[in-house]
Design a protein around this ligand. Structure first.
Ligand code: HMG
Ligand code: MG
Length: 301
């Protein structure tokens, strides 16, 4: 990656839509992915193989993969666009493999209570579940990304120690993931915290493998991204329009909006290769589909 370029990983289709009341059908989600790819997004998380009883919004992920892979074959979606899915356990991994994925993401929490609420097991148990997932990934040459949730605070436990986050990030990295995404699940982080935590993380995990995943509940996400950028972080997770949140983090709102982040990096001359005008068109289209305005500021101007 060039020094002044930034990678944006689009979360709208998964992290965004998983928390919307209106459930979008497979074809609409495929159109969303196609539009995002046309706007220049190169990495898109397109769904999850979790229990449809827990997250009904993500049902149909296998069909999404089959349709988008077809669209890649015919050149409608660029061949280089990387599409990934969330996988919590071996069952999800086996379904992902059957769907022909090239990339998955595993996810663990820094809070025991959040782990239990989100995936019904302890932190240790979640890492045990990743064992067979990683073995299958290696066998099938599937890239694996790792998320850590509640890195700056938990909706149930409050403060989370930085030492614990660093230790878990190292543990995730040692599993063999190619990137560790540091999650502010409930949008509680502030610049002071970002500075101290990311300075510690940089010593524990190679900087090029650290991503920032900021939800924007308190309107601090752009400032937090800038603070992480100043420390050398170059990969950020964002969601079109600021869609969504986490179904098991009460009160949490969506990820920081892709449009707002692209606007900020355009101003810094940090290349994202994303077309802001096209993002705004997707914003209007999506607002219509989910029947409420999206929080993004730059997406509406
Ligand atoms: P469980 O109930 O403990 O699972 O759920 P189980 O192993 O006891 O099995 C119970 C039933 O679930 C069985 O079905 C299994 O087949 C089924 P039944 O016999 O009752 O019909 N099952 C599955 N079905 C589909 N896919 C699977 C699967 N595994 C078991 N993979 C489980 C455990 C993890 C499945 C559940 O807790 C779950 O699906 N949780 C959803 C978690 C989720 O998607 N949360 C939101 C994403 S995380 C997030 O947003 C944070 C992030 O953005 C970063 C950040 O912001 O911090 C990544
Ligand atoms: Mg999230």
């Amino acid at each position: 990656m060039k020094k002044n370029s930034v990678t944006i990983v689009e979360m709208g289709v998964r992290d965004g839509l998983q928390n919307e009341k209106v459930i979008l059908d497979v074809d609409t989600r495929v159109e969303f992915i196609t539009r995002l790819s046309e706007a220049g997004l190169k990495r898109i998380e397109v769904g999850s193989f979790v229990s449809p009883k827990w997250v009904p919004q993500m049902a149909g992920t296998a069909d999404i993969l089959s349709k988008t892979q077809q669209l890649q074959k015919t050149g409608v979606i660029g061949k280089k666009i990387e599409m990934s899915v969330l996988v919590p356990n071996e069952q999800g991994m086996r379904e992902a493999i059957q769907s022909g994925v090239k990339e998955i993401a595993i996810f663990a929490s820094c809070s025991e209570t959040f782990s239990k609420k989100n995936i019904n097991c302890s932190i240790d148990e979640s890492f045990k579940r990743f064992g067979p997932v990683m073995i299958l990934a290696k066998k099938h040459k599937i890239k694996v990304r790792g998320y850590l949730s509640a890195c700056f605070g938990c909706p149930y436990e409050g403060k989370i120690s930085e030492a614990k986050v660093v230790k878990l990030a190292q543990r995730m990295h040692k599993l063999g993931v190619y990137e560790v995404s540091i999650g502010d699940t409930i949008g509680i982080a502030h610049v002071g915290q970002v500075r101290t935590l990311f300075k510690k993380l940089k010593k524990a995990v190679p900087l090029a493998k650290i991503a920032g995943h900021f939800h924007d509940t308190r309107g601090q996400a752009l400032a937090n991204i800038l603070a992480a950028y100043d420390l050398g972080v170059r990969i950020f997770d964002t969601s079109l329009g600021g869609l969504g949140g986490c179904p098991y983090a009460p009160g949490a709102t969506g990820n920081v909006a892709t449009e707002d982040v692209v606007y900020m990096f355009n101003g810094l001359k940090a290349k994202t290769s994303i077309d802001l005008i096209k993002l705004k068109t997707i914003n209007s289209w999506m607002t219509n589909k989910i029947q409420h305005p999206l929080p993004s500021k730059a997406g509406k101007v």
